[in-house]
Every structure is written in C-alpha cells, then in structure tokens.
Design a protein around this ligand. Structure first.
Ligand SMILES: CC(C)(COP(=O)(O)OP(=O)(O)OC[C@H]1O[C@@H](n2cnc3c(N)ncnc32)[C@H](O)[C@@H]1OP(=O)(O)O)[C@@H](O)C(=O)NCCC(=O)NCCS
Length: 172
C-alpha cells in the first residue's frame, strides 16, 4: 500500500496478459465460454488497479462487457488493460481482448471483446481508501479520461435513478 498520492502515469500500471484457452473453457457450442473471457478480463484489470493504487482492490462494477466475435478453443487470448480514470477511491480500467490461433504467429489478433471495469481500492478492513490520480500521457490517454468521466456520470445517474424509483415504489 502507498501513501504517495502524486499522479501516476498510465504506463506505470498498463499490462498485457495472455493465456491459451483449452477444452476446459469451452461452452456447449464448442466455442470459449464468455465467463472464461470475463475471468481473464477481471484478472488483468485487477492487476492494473492494484498496481495503480499500490495495494488491495475489489471489483465494484463490470460495465459494457462486449463480445464482438467468438473465441475458439486453442486460441491465444490476450488482454491489454490500462487505467483510464481515477476518482477519490475508485478507478476505471479499460480492457481490450484479442485472440489468435495458437499455431499462427504471424496473424494479427482478432478483436474479440472489450470492457470497462470500476475497481475500488480498499484497506485491510475492506473500507475504501484514497487512490493516486492518474496522469494521462498523450492525447489518446486524455480522450480515454474524458470518456471515462462520461461513463462514470452515467453509472452514478443510473444508480441514483433506480434508488429514487425504489423509494417511490417500495417492492412488495
Ligand atoms: C466496492 C465497495 C468497497 C464500495 O463500498 P461503498 O461503501 O459503497 O463505498 P463508497 O460509497 O464510498 O464508494 C466507493 C467508490 O466506489 C464508487 N462506486 C460505488 N458504486 C459505484 C457504481 N455503481 N458505479 C460507479 N462507481 C461506483 C463510488 O463513486 C466511490 O468512488 P470515488 O471515491 O472515486 O468517488 C463495496 O460495495 C464492496 O466491498 N463490494 C464488494 C466488492 C467485491 O467483493 N468484489 C468482488 C466481486 S465477487
């Protein structure tokens, strides 16, 4: 854990994580189960959030998980993950997933999925703790930061609207 709350550049925590998906990851149609991809996405994003915040984190929100095309048994699946935005105790991690047949090194990876995840940094008691601000390093990083702020606004507004609706119409 760190008490140093100076800005941390995006590149300090960015990672690329790969694994070969096998028959144990298959769904009933013989492709790779979406849950297997989600686990890899959560793992990659969790590493980035832990590195950025300098300690323990929990997944708070998995947002906009999109599956673009199927993943096949025997593909090398690669997650590229980086921190897009940070708030007081939370941060948003963007993950892009590509896949390549395990035996065709020269072939460009297919974009198979992407997602945005919100992690909250927590202390040993599980209470939220402050995270360092993220420092975007180029125009693309600044664009990601702005767009992450828009998504955060939408998430919080949606949560507020649902809570207000429940207050007006208690479940019964
Ligand atoms: C995530 C958790 C620590 C949040 O606790 P909390 O008491 O609601 O904390 P807060 O209300 O102070 O919110 C903490 C941060 O999360 C953000 N947050 C919480 N819910 C959010 C949502 N739905 N969308 C976006 N941000 C959210 C808050 O905005 C705040 O961020 P900020 O400090 O950067 O502004 C708590 O809900 C928890 O432990 N959940 C279980 C996590 C877990 O086990 N994950 C693994 C899944 S198996």
């Amino acid at each position: 854990m760190t008490d140093d709350l100076r800005g941390v550049p995006t590149s300090a925590s960015r990672i690329r994580l790969s694994r070969v998906v096998d028959a144990l990851d298959a769904n009933l149609h013989g492709n790779v189960h979406g849950g297997a991809i989600m686990r890899l996405v959560d793992e990659a994003a969790g590493v980035v959030a832990s590195r950025h915040s300098g300690g323990r984190v929990v997944t708070a929100v998995v947002d906009e998980m999109q599956f673009v095309v199927p993943v096949h048994v025997g593909d090398v699946v690669t997650c590229e993950a980086q921190v897009n935005w940070s708030g007081r105790t939370s941060c948003e991690i963007g993950v892009r997933v590509t896949a390549q047949p395990w035996d065709q090194a020269g072939e460009a990876g297919r974009h198979v999925a992407s997602a945005y995840l919100v992690f909250v940094a927590v202390d040993d008691a599980g209470h939220p703790r402050v995270v360092p601000p993220v420092m975007p390093e180029n125009d693309e990083g600044r664009r990601r930061f702005r767009e992450a702020e828009i998504r955060r606004g939408t998430r919080l507004a949606r949560r507020e609207a649902i809570l207000r609706s429940r207050e007006r119409t208690p479940a019964g």
